[in-house]
Design a protein around this ligand. Structure first.
Ligand SMILES: Nc1nc2c(c(=O)[nH]1)N[C@@H](CN(C=O)c1ccc(C(=O)N[C@@H](CCC(=O)O)C(=O)O)cc1)CN2
Length: 287
């Protein structure tokens, strides 16, 4: 058996085309959604991701506001830009690209954001709303994974999902999405303290690999017929992406997300969706 592809590129293109129509409808009501990004430092990966987010904005008609600071920026300088973005009426939603340089208190920066402008779903208020099952922006990668599975007809209801990695952008928050009544999955969160990771993985109907450890998920760890999503990004000596999932897994799994071309483009598409939904909510509120 060779796994079918969970095609993030094509699915993201379909979502972006749906969003283009929604942006046009907002513009007809006199509202132009605008995505702000704050990038601190010169990490090539982060620069590439932010540039991709602005390319996507141009495609769907969302305005772009780009702010950059050097990696020597202080906590106060970063917080000053956050305050500017909070106050800028052209910026209807924004993100602070993570990770921030060492020594910066990331939680303090995220808490300072206006929760009404949180496009990433990572503000404590947004995460709290998710826990309480209230409407709000959802974290982009977890939401992208759910959407990728849903649009390919992979059963989530009743599935046992094993997540590897406890980072805030994926591992910690995806369980909150998948255990909602609407998704109804059972989730096991594994991390570096987990004893016998392979035993957990072999029980999984769906594996979400977000450890950032090259090829940590081996063919013998995967239950035949499982769906496997590769979120991990490591780089080889030529700078090429190496995911968390060993290529041999494609011979065991029923579904696999390529990396690149799987979850990454979905993360970007769901970011745009958060921006559009926030503008729609604001427009409906004003009348
Ligand atoms: N503020 C945030 N920071 C980070 C997030 C996040 O959701 N919000 N997630 C990751 C990085 N990320 C989004 O910012 C991201 C990762 C990957 C991609 C992507 O499109 N990847 C391409 C390949 C890119 C390449 O060749 O290097 C793909 O998978 O096809 C987009 C966004 C950490 N930071």
């Amino acid at each position: 058996m060779t796994a079918q592809i969970l095609d993030g590129k094509a699915t993201a293109a379909a979502i972006k085309s749906e969003l283009t129509a929604r942006v046009e409808a907002l513009k007809a009501r006199g509202i132009t959604p605008g995505l702000g990004t704050l990038l601190v430092g010169d990490d090539p990966g982060s620069k590439w991701y932010v540039a991709g987010k602005h390319r996507d904005c141009a495609q769907v008609g969302i305005a772009s506001i780009q702010r950059e600071l050097p990696d020597t920026a202080t906590q106060e300088e970063i917080e000053a830009v956050v305050r500017e973005l909070n106050a800028d009426p052209a910026c209807t939603g924004y993100i602070v690209q993570l990770p921030l340089p060492k020594g910066i208190d990331t939680n303090r920066v995220l808490e300072l954001m206006d929760p009404a402008k949180d496009a990433d779903g990572l503000h404590p208020m947004s995460l709290g709303r998710l826990v309480l099952n209230e409407t709000g922006p959802l974290p982009c990668t977890p939401n992208g994974i759910v959407e990728l599975l849903r649009r390919h007809g992979v059963a989530i209801n009743g599935a046992h999902v094993v997540v590897v990695g406890r980072g805030i952008t994926v591992g910690r928050s995806i369980g909150l999405l998948l255990t909602r009544k609407s998704e109804n999955a059972t989730v096991t969160l594994c991390h570096t303290g987990t004893r016998d990771l392979s035993a957990h993985l072999r029980e999984a109907d769906i594996v979400v690999a977000a450890a950032g450890v090259a090829h940590i998920i081996k063919p013998e760890d995967v239950k035949p017929g499982a769906a496997v999503l590769d979120v991990g990004v490591s780089r080889d000596e030529n700078g090429k992406i190496v995911g968390d999932v060993h290529p041999g897994v494609a011979e065991v799994a029923a579904w696999i997300s390529p990396n690149p071309g799987g979850v990454g483009p979905m993360t970007r598409a769901l970011l745009l969706q958060n921006v559009v939904e926030a503008s729609e909510r604001a427009a409906d509120h004003v009348g």
